[in-house]
Write a new protein. Structure first.
Length: 100
C-alpha cells in the first residue's frame, strides 16, 4: 500500500487573495517558490502539530542545510513555516489547492 502524501502537499500563498498565482509549491520531497527558493527534503518527521524537515535549500547563493518546521492549522487550510532561508517570524501561508 502506498504511503499517504504529507498534509502540506499542495499550492500555498501568503493569503487566500494571492491564490490566483500561488507562490509556494510543496510536494512530498521538496518545495519551490516564485522567489526562486528551492528546498530538497532529506528527512521528514511528524510532530504534534505538523512536520520537522531537514532540507538543502538554494536561495540567492549556494545550497545550504536548513531545518524547517511546518505547523498546520486544525483544518489543514493554513500553515506556519519556520526556519529555512526565510528566518523569523514564521511565514503564514494559506492553502490554495492541490498541485497542478
Amino acid at each position: 500500500m502506498a504511503e499517504a502524501a504529507p498534509a502540506f502537499v499542495g499550492e500555498w500563498a501568503a493569503g487566500a487573495d494571492l491564490c490566483v498565482e500561488p507562490a509556494w509549491r510543496f510536494d512530498a520531497r521538496e518545495l519551490s517558490t516564485l522567489g526562486e527558493v528551492h528546498c530538497a527534503f532529506s528527512e521528514i518527521a511528524r510532530t504534534q502539530d505538523g512536520y520537522a524537515i531537514k532540507a538543502m535549500c538554494t536561495a540567492e547563493g549556494p545550497p545550504a542545510p536548513y531545518d524547517l518546521g511546518i505547523a498546520l492549522s486544525d483544518n489543514g487550510q493554513a500553515m506556519a513555516l519556520s526556519g529555512g532561508p526565510w528566518g523569523e517570524p514564521p511565514m503564514q501561508l494559506a492553502l490554495c489547492g492541490p498541485l497542478r
